[in-house]
Design a protein around this ligand. Structure first.
Ligand code: HPA
Length: 277
């Protein structure tokens, strides 16, 4: 298998041949975050299938496309389709889309996901801005990466989620009437959902929400010196909180309800970020 940096560069080269758009803003879409793509005009879609060396997506709700588009004249690229560790992908593959975005010139990255609410003040349909994270996967995407003076592997993780970007999203949520908390996200390996005992333990550890993505990508994005913001949509209350059983279909159904609001929110966020850049 080729080194991850080389794989990403080769796929980015194919993308650059097929689009003139050179976005500085990228967004990785979690389950049910399609509204962030609906916010884009003049869209061009490049499927994973059509790119040599790109793995394929297998999870329902993850289409497998790069979508290039504009929000109020601002270039944006959206990644529709993650590679999860629970599918058996390596950390290298899990961070491949982030690496590709970095190769394309993306400097600001928005990571989105669906998550189970651990904090009992949260409700399904609320958003949570990531203030920090806990990596419970036991894995790290920087293991085995060759250190260099430009990209040291002992990366500082303080304020990994940019405070200025967090303020922007918080303000825009308030204006749009979206309930948005700030909290700590925990990534677990999955694919099984957690037990009620695990959720109690995770709450004691300081987690407000739990999911199966994002942290591994955030570590890689930080290493690549990208400016980051992470947003969870609380699609369900975590195991044992309401006594209801968890299903992926229920997670997607809850996310579906929010699309129009997410679309409006992202239109304003893209514009604000472009002004910062
Ligand atoms: N647990 C883990 N991952 C999730 C959940 C959950 O409750 N909801 C959405 N993704």
């Amino acid at each position: 298998m080729k080194q991850i940096a080389l794989r990403a560069a080769e796929i980015a080269r194919q993308l650059k041949e097929r689009t003139e758009v050179r976005p500085k803003i990228g967004v990785v879409l979690g389950s049910g975050w399609g509204g962030a793509v609906d916010a884009l005009a003049e869209r061009s879609v490049i499927s994973y299938e059509s790119l040599e060396g790109m793995p394929q997506c297998s999870v329902v709700g993850h289409a497998g496309n790069f979508v290039f588009g504009k929000a109020d004249g601002v270039d944006v690229v959206a990644v529709q389709g993650r590679f999860h560790l629970y599918e058996g992908h390596t950390t290298e593959t899990a961070v491949l889309p982030v690496r590709i975005l970095s190769e394309l010139g993306v400097e600001t990255l928005i990571l989105t996901n669906a998550a189970g609410g651990i904090n009992t003040k949260y409700r399904p349909g609320d958003l949570m801005l990531l203030s920090d994270h806990i990596n419970m996967t036991g894995m790290n995407p920087l293991v085995g990466v060759r250190p260099s003076s430009a990209y040291p592997i002992f990366v500082d993780m303080t304020d990994i989620y940019d405070p200025t970007l967090r303020n922007i999203v918080e303000k825009r949520c308030k204006e749009s009437g979206i309930c948005c908390h700030e909290g700590v996200y925990m990534q677990v390996l999955g694919p099984s959902y957690e037990t009620p005992a695990e959720i109690r333990a995770f709450r004691t550890m300081g987690a407000d929400a739990v999911g199966m993505s994002t942290v591994i990508e955030a570590i890689s994005a930080r290493y690549l010196k990208m400016r980051l913001v992470g947003i969870s949509c609380i699609s369900n209350m975590a195991s044992g909180i309401t006594g209801e059983k968890l299903t992926h279909t229920d997670v997607l159904r809850e996310m579906d309800k929010l699309q129009r609001k997410i679309c409006e929110l992202f239109k304003s966020i893209y514009k604000d970020i472009a002004v910062l850049a």
